[in-house]
Structure formats: structure tokens, C-alpha cells
Design a protein around this ligand. Structure first.
Ligand code: ADP
Ligand code: MG
Length: 256
């Protein structure tokens, strides 16, 4: 069965896009068929996949508005090994148009993915840093959510709003939506605050707190400017290795 996973956290800069791109590449390197969906108007997952977001012939916008089909918009990222439904600033217009719709507005992405998702083992959706209609579309289409966060004092603050949104989606359009994992990014185990927050996360989330952590690593930050996942840009870096371990943990957990 295809697993559709939304990478979400309404806080910006926590590592959603970095995780989406590098996890997509790591799963592809382990022979999984992967589709990455860039649902953020910033188009960072698109750029990080080596695709110029300003030169797109079609984007997820066209899918959400029903103007093009997924195969028409889909791009291959041969260097990274996955397929991409690219996004850019046009997505802001989709957000506005969807909000104006009376019915079915949260199901646009589900419908757009319907015909293609089955060709993949995993679909990863990189969400924008807000709980808007685009994110609601991602949570409606997904089987589960992966929540990247940084172990800092304010990390937990926004989490309850996100968990409330997940509950609302479960109560309305997607009863089976699961929390697939809480991922600690830019992790520094020497920091005592990091250890405190890890303990709080473990107490609250139990098994959902992923064992893998992604260390802060300069190669991870450099890779997007080369349009490559870190696993291709700096294969033997700590950041690259951590994303590979993450891919294996998810393969085990979700039987991918
Ligand atoms: P989000 O998508 O949640 O806004 P990003 O993935 O864009 O977050 O990450 C925010 C910034 O932090 C980016 O500049 C990115 O390169 C950097 N970054 C993310 N993860 C790491 C890491 N493990 N090590 C170093 N820098 C990182
Ligand atoms: Mg992002």
C-alpha cells in the first residue's frame, strides 16, 4: 500500500523541507518509489530538488484547481532519484481560491493524487509553515504525519495547535490520520535543554518519538544551493548518514 506522509509543523525553519528532500532521496536510494509534493509557496523543496521554481510549466497549483493532471505536472529528479510535483509562489493563489469554494475544498489534493499515488511506495508532502487550507489538504490526503521539530524552548508551544488540527481532520474528513513520528532536527545532544525537551517529548508521545535524530550539520545546509539532497552532495557527512538511518527507521515502522 502507498503511504502518503505529510511533513508538517506550522513553525517555519524547523527542518520540514530539509527532511522532505533528504528523506525522499534516502528512500529512493533504498529502492522505494518516491513522489515528493511541494505544497509550500516558497518552493524550497522544488529548488532543493534542482528544479528552477521560476521556470515551471505547471505546478501543484494547476492540480489543486483541477486545471492539469498529476502526470502533466510531474517532473523527474534523476540526480535525487524521485519524482516531484513542484510548487512555487502561485500556490498562494490556490490557497485563496480553495478558501472561496463552498464544497470539497479540503479534498483537492486527495483527488489530484488519486490517479498517481498508487504508482509509488511513498508520497511525501512538504507543507507550508502555517495551518492553512494547503496544510488541511495535505492532512486530508495523508495516511500519517511526520512532525519535524527543533528541541528548543518554544518547540512544544505550537505543537498543541498542530495536534488540535490533526484531531479536527480526524473528526471530519480523514478518520485514520495517524501521527507517524516526531523527528528531532538540528539536534545537539550535548545541550541540556535538548535533553529536557527530548524527555518531555518521550513522556508525551511515547513510541511516536522517532529514535533517529538529525544532527546540525553544515553540509545539510549547503546542499540545497547545489540543487541536491545531502545524500548526493556530501554522501559521507553526518547529515547524510542520519537521513539514511531515518529512512530505514520509517521503512521498518511503516513496512514501506
Ligand atoms: P522548514 O521547511 O521547516 O521551514 P528548512 O528545512 O527550510 O525548514 O530548514 C530551515 C533552515 O535550517 C534552512 O536554512 C536549512 O538549510 C537549515 N537546516 C535544516 N536542517 C539542518 C541541519 N540538520 N543542519 C544544518 N542546517 C539545517
Ligand atoms: Mg519549508
Amino acid at each position: 500500500m502507498t503511504q502518503i506522509i505529510a511533513l508538517t509543523n506550522q513553525k517555519g525553519g524547523v527542518g520540514k523541507t530539509t527532511t522532505a528532500v533528504n528523506l525522499a532521496a534516502s528512500l529512493a536510494a533504498l529502492d522505494r518509489r518516491v513522489l515528493l509534493v511541494d505544497l509550500d509557496p516558497q518552493g524550497h523543496a522544488t529548488m532543493g530538488s534542482g528544479i528552477d521554481k521560476h521556470a515551471l510549466e505547471g505546478s501543484v497549483l494547476d492540480l489543486l484547481l483541477g486545471e492539469k493532471s498529476a502526470p502533466e505536472v510531474m517532473l523527474d529528479c534523476p540526480a535525487a532519484g524521485y519524482s516531484l510535483l513542484p510548487g512555487n509562489g502561485d500556490l498562494t493563489a490556490a490557497e485563496v481560491e480553495l478558501l472561496d469554494r463552498a464544497e470539497g475544498r479540503e479534498r483537492s489534493l486527495t483527488e489530484a493524487l488519486g490517479s498517481v499515488a498508487g504508482e509509488y511506495d511513498v508520497v511525501l508532502i512538504d507543507c507550508p509553515p502555517s495551518l492553512n487550507m494547503l496544510t488541511v489538504n495535505a492532512l486530508t490526503a495523508a495516511n500519517g504525519v511526520l512532525i519535524p521539530l527543533q528541541c528548543e524552548f518554544y518547540a512544544l508551544e505550537g505543537l498543541s495547535a498542530l495536534l488540535d488540527t490533526v484531531e479536527q481532520i480526524k473528526d471530519s474528513v480523514n478518520p485514520n490520520l495517524a501521527i507517524y513520528g516526531i523527528l528531532r532536527t538540528m539536534f545537539d545532544s550535548r545541550n541540556s535543554l535538548t535533553r529536557d525537551i527530548s524527555k518531555q517529548l518521550r513522556d508525551y508521545f511515547g513510541e511516536a518519538l522517532l529514535k533517529t535524530t538529525i544532527p546540525r550539520n553544515v553540509r545539510v545546509a549547503e546542499a540545497p544551493s547545489h540543487g541536491l539532497p545531502v545524500t548526493k552532495y556530501a554522501r559521507f557527512s553526518r547529515g547524510s548518514q542520519a537521513h539514511r538511518v531515518l529512512a530505514k527507521e520509517l521503512i521498518r515502522r511503516l513496512s514501506l
